[in-house]
Structure formats: C-alpha cells, structure tokens
Design a protein around this ligand. Structure first.
Ligand code: SF4
Ligand code: SF4
Ligand code: FES
Length: 279
C-alpha cells in the first residue's frame, strides 16, 4: 500500500510517466516581448491598466506582455472580475482558470504584482498601477495564465490523502472528539491552489523529489487526524532526504498562502514527529 524508499516509489514510476522538465517552460533564449495595448473607450472615466502575460506554446512565438485598459465602472471589484471583463469584452483569447469566485476552489491562483495569490480574493484597488499578472511561477505554462499542475497532483496522490484504517468499521461513523477535530484546524482549509509550492525555492530546484509545502501540509493533516491508523507508514514514506528534508524553513510558502495557512509550521511538525518516534 505504501511507498518504502525513494528508489522504489510507485510514484516515481508515475513521475516518469509525467516527466518534469529540468529546463523552464520556455527555451533559455526566449525573451518576453511587448505586445499590443488594448485602449479603453474614450468616454471611460475610471481606467485601470493590467499588464498580462500571454503565451501559447503551440504558436511558436515568444511570450508577450499585453496591456489592457479596463473601465472599472463596467466590472466588479476583484482582479478576477477584471480578467473576466477583459475576456468577455476586450480579448476573448485570454486564458485563465476560475470556478468558484469565492476563494474556495483554488483554481484562479496566479502571480499578481509579484506575489502568488487568488485572483478572486485580490481587490483591484490593492494592486499596483499598472497591475502585473503572470501565471504561477516556475511551472510549465499550458497557455497564458494556466500552469500545468500535473506534477503537483501526482505528488499529492503519493501521500494517499484519504483516511487509512485497519480496525473493523464501526456500525456508524468513526467518531472524533471536538478536541481531536480541532487539531486539523489550520490544515484542512487548504484549497490546493499551490501558491505556496510555486513560491518555494526548494521545490524550484528539487521539484521532482521534494514534495513541496502544499503536499506536506496535506500530509500533516492526515498524520494528526485521530481516526487515521497509518501514522507510522505515513512517516516512513516521508522520512527521505528529499521528500521532506529539502525544506529549509525559508517560509516563502507561509508568506504567500492566500488562506493564511502555515505550511512551514506543518513541515516543522512532521520533522518533530519523526524525531519523537525515534526517542
Ligand atoms: S519553508 Fe520549506 S516548504 Fe516553505 S518555502 Fe521554505 S523551503 Fe519551501
Ligand atoms: S497551503 Fe495555502 S497556498 Fe498552499 S496550497 Fe494550501 S491554500 Fe494554497
Ligand atoms: S475562482 Fe475559486 S479560488 Fe478563485
């Protein structure tokens, strides 16, 4: 059921099926070029500029930055509202992910003014002039603001993010005291937006073997679930030079989490669990 060592990981086989390029998603000599400016209507009175990264790997062209002038009187208050207004009214080729519009699905994570965040929870009024919008950093780009999350979800699958039990099933549900339930507060709220992992320098350099802050926070969520009966196996899987210990507690992850969670704290807690079980 579980993975025993780095060399024998079933996940590594999966990873080979979805290889992570060691180079960046654009060739080394690519330059980001200046694209066109889409001007607001002449009668617009509240105009805001958005400089947005555009890239279509199938086109064979270099990435470019396009400037969009948005009439704020015609769109909602969030960055996602502006992106939707651009797509609906200015340039339908702009591509981005979104679903819930409420900060709960994790789809609209992107780099806004140099910080990874959710477009649906960042007020336009809090952005720079012009606002700069890029895809999550250090991930392969599928198109425009859509990063390829395949590798990250493969890593998520490696921690088997569901309840593991060996004791017979109770007649009804497996109960948990309010105190035990409270232990997963601050961890279960993770929406897998990967703002943290995309901003983690250790994951940039060792993303094929280091699980990264999002997956490790999720792993901790199961390690401290009082109903889970595979704590030892889960720790065995993490006790590896790369999977866990490539974290150097720089805490970029904690600074960039739009849900105000603390992956750095979860990683430190996992390391402590490993030390404690040795003693
Ligand atoms: S604390 Fe660890 S996981 Fe978080 S950004 Fe730093 S190296 Fe990455
Ligand atoms: S810990 Fe925060 S930044 Fe990281 S994936 Fe979860 S919600 Fe996103
Ligand atoms: S659209 Fe769901 S988190 Fe932004």
């Amino acid at each position: 059921m579980f993975i025993r060592s780095s060399d024998e990981l079933p996940g590594v086989t999966v990873l080979r099926r979805f290889p992570v390029p060691r180079n960046f998603n654009v060739s080394a000599d690519s330059r980001i070029e200046r694209g066109k400016t889409w001007h607001a209507p002449s009668d617009a009175t509240r105009v805001k500029k958005f400089e947005i990264y555009r890239y279509d790997p199938d086109s064979g062209q270099n990435p470019r930055i396009e400037t969009y002038e948005v009439d704020l009187d015609t769109c909602g208050p969030m960055v996602l509202d502006a992106l939707i207004a651009i797509k609906n009214d200015i340039d339908p080729t702009l591509t981005f992910r979104r679903s819930c519009r409420e900060g709960v699905c994790g789809s609209c994570s992107m780099n806004i003014d140099g910080t990874n965040w959710l477009a649906c929870t960042r007020f336009i009024s809090d952005t720079a002039e012009p606002a700069t919008i890029y895809p999550l950093n250090h991930l392969k780009v599928i198109k425009d603001l859509v990063p390829d999350l395949t590798q990250l979800f493969v890593q998520y699958s490696l921690i088997e993010p569901w309840l593991h039990t060996t004791t017979p099933e109770p007649e009804k549900e497996r109960l948990q005291s309010p105190e035990d339930r409270g232990k997963v507060d601050g961890f279960y709220e993770c929406i897998l937006c990967f703002c943290c992992t995309s901003g983690c320098p250790s994951h940039w350099w060792n993303g094929d073997r280091f699980l990264g802050p999002a997956v490790l926070l999720q792993s901790y969520r199961w390690l401290i679930d009082s109903r889970d009966e595979a704590t030892g196996d889960r720790l065995d899987d993490l006790e590896d030079p790369f999977r866990l210990y490539r974290c150097h507690t720089i805490l970029n992850c904690t600074r960039t989490c739009p849900k105000q969670l603390n992956p750095g704290k979860a990683i430190a807690a996992i390391k402590k669990m490993i030390v404690q079980r040795r003693s």
